[in-house]
Unconditional design. Structure first.
Lengths: 156, 163
């Protein structure tokens, strides 16, 4: 009997703006897989249609802890329902949270630190580094500063 | 037309007002169109809107001879993808325009590599605007394919071990 193989469920997560632009430069990598998107603003929803279901959880940063809690709860609900096998994120705060939530439920974590971080990792990156299964940076100099970090190249 | 855009998430009055003053002084002869986002300063000397949807934004960008913006990566990527000469002014933490000074770092690096022009103080804006007229951006030599291949390899291995 031939058993049909299950497809990997891939969670894509990035804040609207530069983080999404960088993640979408990598669309080839998840081609043909089951994906869904967690992002921060309604304005980008229409552009993400081809990547499966789009969840808009709202914008947040460390300056607004209450908002952060609300976004965390919304994201948790999505992760529990969707049960991804892997999370791919370029940041920022929301991507970081989604990585931790995914990891808690057994997903692998792929992080691509944003190109804007030239001299040191992003704050989110520095946190995700501890749980990342594949951690990529876009500047060769950065990869030399930390262990378990790979530099393959820049996406833009 | 020069397209001025400062993103839609946070205000950036310092740049919008500086460009408006320069136009008011008659130092720019080209027409300007602006997306000012949450900026509270409303330009008097050129047309502006709060925000544009993606389609309208892309149309303005294609039409523009050059772009002036904050040093947001989204805008930098769009300008580079469309080979538009871009002048950025980084948002600064000291004016509460952003939570940290990462925009300065990326502006310096990309200017050094010849991809964009950057200005750090409004007093240098007129001079940089003159340079923008003749600036030819060096295209980015990116490795998006190699990075995508690395991730695809990771996903393939995960698929093999898991299912």
């Amino acid at each position: 009997m031939i058993r049909r193989r299950k497809k990997l469920r891939v969670c894509l997560s990035a804040s609207s703006g530069g983080h999404i632009s960088q993640l979408l430069k990598l669309a080839q990598s998840w081609k043909g897989r089951e994906t869904f998107f967690i992002t921060t603003a309604e304005v980008v929803r229409a552009n993400l249609k081809e990547y499966g279901k789009v969840y808009v959880v709202g914008e947040c940063n460390r300056q607004h802890p209450l908002k952060l809690m609300a976004v965390l709860l919304k994201s948790a609900k999505v992760i529990v329902t969707e049960k991804p096998d892997v999370v791919i994120s370029t940041g920022a705060a929301v991507g970081c949270m989604v990585c931790f939530l995914g990891k808690l439920l057994g997903a692998k974590v792929i992080w691509i630190d944003s190109i804007t971080n030239v001299e040191r990792l992003s704050l989110s990156g520095r946190i995700v580094r501890y749980i990342g299964d594949l951690f990529l940076v876009q500047w060769a100099e950065l990869a030399e500063q930390y262990n378990n970090i790979e530099y393959v190249g820049a996406v833009i | 037309m020069i397209f001025l855009t400062v993103g839609t998430q946070f205000p950036f009055d310092r740049l919008v007002q500086a460009v408006d003053d320069i136009v008011g002084d008659g130092m720019i002869d080209e027409e300007i169109f602006a997306q000012i986002g949450k900026s509270s300063y409303k330009p008097r000397n050129f047309e502006s809107v709060v925000s544009l949807d993606k389609k309208a934004f892309d149309e303005r960008l294609k039409e523009a001879s050059s772009v002036i913006s904050h040093a947001g990566m989204g805008t930098i990527i769009m300008a580079l993808d469309n080979t538009k000469p871009l002048l950025v002014m980084p948002r600064l933490k000291k004016y509460s325009e952003v939570v940290n000074d990462h925009q300065v770092a990326i502006a310096r690096k990309f200017e050094e590599l010849g991809h964009i022009l950057a200005v750090y103080d409004v007093k240098d804006l007129p001079e940089k605007l003159e340079k923008l007229k003749f600036f030819v951006p060096r295209p980015r030599d990116n490795q998006a394919k190699a990075v995508a291949d690395r991730i695809a390899k990771f996903l393939n291995e995960l698929q093999e071990t898991k299912y």
